[in-house]
Design a protein around this ligand. Structure first.
Ligand SMILES: [Zn+2]
Length: 82
């Protein structure tokens, strides 16, 4: 894990602001309310841009929802052929 050297104070409601440079680099758009997934790694908190994965193959490319499940385009095509 790479340190950004950035230190931010958490506010009384538990919020922190993600630095604009990081948001730009990772293509996170705050004005669109992009979802961020929160992970724990030991005593570390890891934030990652949320990208839904296909329930069948785990791909995050061209994923859409079908009956409440995320399915990628390739798996959708395979399903349609069966
Ligand atoms: Zn898939």
């Amino acid at each position: 894990m790479k340190s950004t050297g950035i230190v931010r104070n958490i506010d009384s409601l538990g919020r922190i602001v993600l630095p604009i440079e990081l948001r730009r680099t990772l293509n996170i758009d705050a004005s669109k309310g992009d979802p961020i997934e929160i992970y724990m790694d030991g005593t570390s908190i890891v934030l990652r841009k949320y990208e839904p994965n296909c329930v069948f193959c785990g791909s995050s490319k061209k994923v859409s929802e079908f009956k409440g499940k995320n399915v990628c385009e390739n798996c959708r095509k395979e399903l349609a052929e069966k």
